[in-house]
Write a protein that binds this ligand. Structure first.
Ligand code: CS2
Length: 474
């Protein structure tokens, strides 16, 4: 085995605390921050916080918190030795150290995935029954969620008469800044009404749109990268060349010079978020369920199948972009053409199963909003109905051929139960639509919705994933 990767320059002083140090954060935000330090300096070292698993900390510690990010471009692989992390903490093991880091920070960023917000996706309200929120309220010294840490750390700033840090969500959720602000305010109100009001008045929660495709790193990738860089890296990341970070220009504390390294600072992120969530993530999820059911292991295998390629183009042209307002200067047909090329990149081994995870939390913002707006415009979005039907089949825990599927979703048990003792599509669809955390009751009650979903589920089960998708594309 080669020597272990090691730091070649001193770690920057801490300026940022990042919650949720997964592959995406390390292949995206960390690189922007490191480049901003390279161009304009500043104490913007990142303390990464894992809320549960010690794996990333354990892998990065022996290599001085540094790692390799490999760009998978058309001309081959370009490794970058990322050295911007100044520490990695596992919150339940060292809550005091997390509070110390928050005490120094000017910016707190989050990639905790949809479930890290402890909210009800259909309403955007705090889920007070979530066990993490219960712990946040009962154990001030050791919160469980990022929200709990943020609210307590802001309280310490307030009591010390100090200015707050900016809190920036970088998850694929619409109006992620507003959502996070509302949730932190709800949680703070349960702690102390004065804290709630202070946060409402002084703390900025800019919304963001983040985009870069980052598949999970495998053991094969680790071996391959060791050959590429001539050192052993236990936690490298791989990513596509494309990246886009659009931020609402609203900060209440100093920040890195993001604009100098390609981030877009805008007044209104909403059109960018809608475009990305619905065009990219919406079709990513649709293709993940249909592709998985068709036996395609990766996204590039999925779009290599002509009926599924025709289907995704149909979704963009006929069901998604007609109800979207393009951001200033963006041509949606260019945008979706470039998405197709990104999905088709065979160097990105992005598993359909990975994207299919946590569907109950992803569907509302990725797909259901487009369905609703099509129905409002008097159109029936057969392709999006098929995507939802494919998710239902996937979440049953059995493929179309009866083969078992490992379903990773906080609602997995309740989703599978929708199939108990029946094979009738109307009955199954009715049970799913009754899950009001996912389906807003007013939406579920529209007659077109159960009818369209039952029709799609019947077609899927009769014609298979490729057959049904090809028929929708016409
Ligand atoms: C994907 C996203 O796994 C998923 O749900 O749709 O992670 C996607 O790759 C990124 O949002 C791209 O920016």
């Amino acid at each position: 085995m080669s020597a272990r990767l090691a730091r070649s320059r001193p770690a920057p002083e801490t300026g940022i605390v990042h919650f949720g140090l997964g592959a995406f954060a390390r292949a995206f935000a960390a690189i922007f921050v490191e480049q901003a330090i390279e161009t304009h300096g500043g104490d913007w070292g990142i303390v990464g916080v894992s809320l549960r698993s010690p794996d990333t900390r354990d892998a990065l510690k022996p290599q001085d918190w540094t790692y390799t990010a490999v760009e998978l471009g058309p001309d081959g692989e370009t490794p970058r030795h990322v050295q911007v992390l100044s520490d990695v903490l596992v919150a339940p093991e060292a809550p005091g150290a997390v509070f110390d880091a928050l005490d120094k920070a000017n910016l707190v960023t989050l990639t905790v995935t949809e479930k890290g917000y402890c909210h009800v996706p259909a309403t955007g309200k705090l889920n007070r029954d979530n066990p993490d929120i219960v712990q946040d309220l009962s154990d001030p010294a050791c919160p469980a969620s990022a929200l709990g840490y943020i609210a307590r750390a802001l309280d310490a700033r307030r009591k010390a008469g100090r200015a707050p840090f900016t809190v920036m969500s970088c998850d694929n959720i619409p109006s992620n800044g507003n959502l996070l602000r509302g949730l932190v305010l709800d949680l703070a109100a349960e702690m102390d009404a004065g804290l709630r009001d202070w946060i409402a008045e002084h703390v900025a929660f800019p919304s963001t749109m983040v985009d870069r495709i980052v598949p999970a790193t495998t053991e094969d990738d680790i071996r391959h990268i060791e050959g590429l860089i001539g050192a052993h890296d236990a936690a490298p990341v791989r990513h596509e060349p494309f990246r886009q970070w659009v931020m609402e220009d609203r900060f209440c504390a100093p920040r890195p010079d993001f604009g100098s390294v390609g981030a877009e600072l805008v007044e209104d992120v909403a059109p960018y978020e809608h475009m990305k969530l619905r065009c990219l993530n919406g079709t990513h999820s649709s293709l993940a369920y249909l592709g998985y059911l068709a036996g395609a292991e990766t996204m590039s295998d999925t779009v290599a199948r002509p009926p599924l390629a025709a289907y995704v183009r149909h979704l963009w042209d006929n069901e998604i972009t007609p109800v979207l307002t393009a951001p200033p200067g963006v041509d949606l047909s260019d945008y979706t053409a470039s998405l197709f090329d990104r999905f088709a990149n065979p160097a990105i081994h992005h598993r359909t199963w990975q994207i299919a995870m946590d569907g109950s939390l992803k569907l509302p913002q990725r797909i259901l909003d487009s369905v609703r707006e099509n129905l409002d415009a008097g159109r029936t979005p057969e392709g999006l109905f098929l995507a939802i039907a494919a998710w239902m089949q996937f979440s049953s825990g059995k493929g179309l051929d009866g083969a078992p599927i490992e379903v990773k979703d906080p609602m997995a048990g309740r989703l599978a139960a929708c199939w108990d003792g029946t094979t009738d599509p109307d009955e199954i669809v009715g049970r799913y639509l009754a899950l009001d955390e996912i389906f807003d009751p007013a939406f579920a009650a529209r007659t077109e919705v159960p009818e369209g979903l039952a029709r799609a589920l019947r077609n899927l089960r009769a014609d298979g994933a490729e057959g049904a998708a090809g028929a929708v594309a016409g």
